[in-house]
Design a protein around this ligand. Structure first.
Ligand code: BGC
Length: 338
C-alpha cells in the first residue's frame, strides 16, 4: 500500500517536472524565435526618401514580403538626408536588429555606412544605389541587390532605334535630344544618361544633345525642364530621354501642353514601368519604358538577407546580385499591367 502511494507520488512528481521542463522549453523556443528563428527576427529598413514614386513601390513590396515571412520590420524615411539616415542606422544598431536593408541616400556615403554596419557586425543588404566592388569588399556580410543600370540605358536607346525613323524624325541625319537626368550623384542616373546615347551612336546614329539637366527623379522638375526646353528648342527636339518614369510623366504634361504628339513628332522614354507610365505606353503617349523590377528586387533583397542570416558570407567581387531590366513597348505592355 505504502509502496503504491510512494510510486504514485513519484510519478506525479515526475509529471510535474516534465511539465515544467516542457514549459521551460517552450518559452525558451519563443525567446529563440525572437532572436533566433525566422519569424520574430527584427529587420531595420532604411529608405533614402519616402517621397519617391519608384521607391514607394519598392518599399511596400519589401514590407509585404518581410511581414509575410513573420519578420518584425521597421521601415524609416531618410528624407533625402544622409545625416538623418546615419542616425537611423545607429538607432537600429542600438536596438539590436538582426539585419539591415539600406537604400543609401548618397552613393558617396557607402564607405561610412559599410564601416558602421561592419563595426556592429550586422548582416546588411544594400539596395538601389550600388557601391563599387572595392567598397563592398571591406565587409563579407554585405551584399548589394539591384539592377545593372547600364542595361536600362541601353534599352532606352534601343527603344528609340526601334521606331520607324530611329529617332531622326525630321530626317536631318541626326537624333536631337534632351536628357532629363536623375540625381547625378546616383550611378543609375550616370549610366542611363551615358548608355542611352551610346546605344544610338553604337548603331551608327549621329546625335545632338540640345540640353542635359538634372531633374532629381522628380515629376515636377521633369515637367519644368521639358517645358523650358520645348519653349527654347521647339521642333528641334526629337527625343526626350528621362532617367525615370516620374520625370517622363512630368515631361509628357509639358509635351502635351506644347501641342506636340508623342510617337508622331517627338519620342519619349523613361525607366521604371510605374503604373502611370504603363498606362501612357499603352495609350501611345510614351514611346516606351524599361521595367525596373521593384518586386523582383525586393524578393532578391530578402533572399540575400536570409542567406546572410543563415551564415553566408560573400567573397569580394561577387557582392552584387542583379535583377534584369525589361524593355516595355505597346506590344508587351499588357504583360506588366494589373
Ligand atoms: C529609379 C528612380 C528612383 C531612384 C531612387 C532609380 O533606380 O529608376 O525612379 O527615383 O532609383 O534612387
Amino acid at each position: 500500500m505504502m509502496k503504491k502511494k510512494i510510486l504514485a507520488f513519484l510519478l506525479a512528481a515526475v509529471m510535474v517536472l516534465a511539465l515544467v521542463a516542457c514549459g521551460g522549453n517552450n518559452s525558451g523556443k519563443d525567446n529563440d524565435s525572437q532572436g533566433g528563428g525566422e519569424g520574430g527576427k527584427t529587420i531595420g529598413v532604411c529608405i533614402y526618401k519616402f517621397d519617391d514614386a519608384f521607391m514607394t513601390t519598392y518599399r511596400n513590396a519589401l514590407q509585404e514580403i518581410l511581414e509575410g515571412k513573420g519578420y518584425s520590420v521597421t521601415v524609416v524615411d531618410g528624407n533625402n538626408d544622409q545625416n538623418k539616415q546615419n542616425e537611423q542606422i545607429n538607432t537600429f544598431i542600438t536596438q539590436g536588429v538582426d539585419a539591415l536593408i539600406i537604400n543609401p541616400v548618397m552613393t558617396s556615403a557607402a564607405d561610412q555606412i559599410i564601416a558602421t554596419v561592419k563595426g556592429a557586425d550586422i548582416p546588411t543588404v544594400l539596395i538601389n544605389r550600388e557601391p563599387t566592388a572595392d567598397q563592398m569588399a571591406a565587409y563579407d556580410k554585405l551584399v548589394y541587390v539591384g539592377c545593372d543600370a547600364a542595361q536600362s540605358g541601353t534599352f532606352q536607346g534601343e527603344l528609340i532605334l526601334e521606331t520607324a525613323n530611329k529617332g531622326d524624325i525630321n530626317g536631318d541625319g541626326k537624333v536631337s535630344y534632351i536628357m532629363i537626368q536623375g540625381d547625378p550623384e546616383n550611378i543609375d542616373a550616370q549610366l542611363r544618361t551615358e548608355y542611352s546615347v551610346k546605344a544610338l551612336t553604337d548603331a551608327g546614329m549621329e546625335v545632338e544633345e540640345l540640353d542635359l539637366q538634372r531633374g532629381d527623379w522628380d515629376r515636377e522638375k521633369g515637367q519644368t525642364i521639358c517645358a523650358n526646353d520645348l519653349a527654347q528648342f521647339g521642333d528641334q527636339i526629337e527625343v526626350v530621354f528621362c532617367n525615370n518614369d516620374d520625370m517622363a510623366i512630368g515631361a509628357l504634361q509639358a509635351i502635351q501642353a506644347a501641342g506636340r504628339t508623342v510617337n508622331e513628332d517627338i519620342y519619349l522614354v523613361g525607366v521604371d514601368a510605374l503604373d502611370a507610365a504603363l498606362n501612357e505606353v499603352k495609350a501611345g503617349n510614351m514611346t516606351g519604358t524599361v521595367l525596373n523590377d521593384a518586386k523582383g528586387q525586393a524578393q532578391g533583397a530578402v533572399a540575400e538577407m536570409e542567406k546572410l542570416l543563415s551564415g553566408t558570407t560573400y567573397a569580394s567581387g561577387s557582392q552584387s546580385v542583379y535583377v534584369d531590366y525589361v524593355k516595355v513597348t505597346p506590344d508587351n505592355v499588357a504583360d506588366f499591367m494589373g
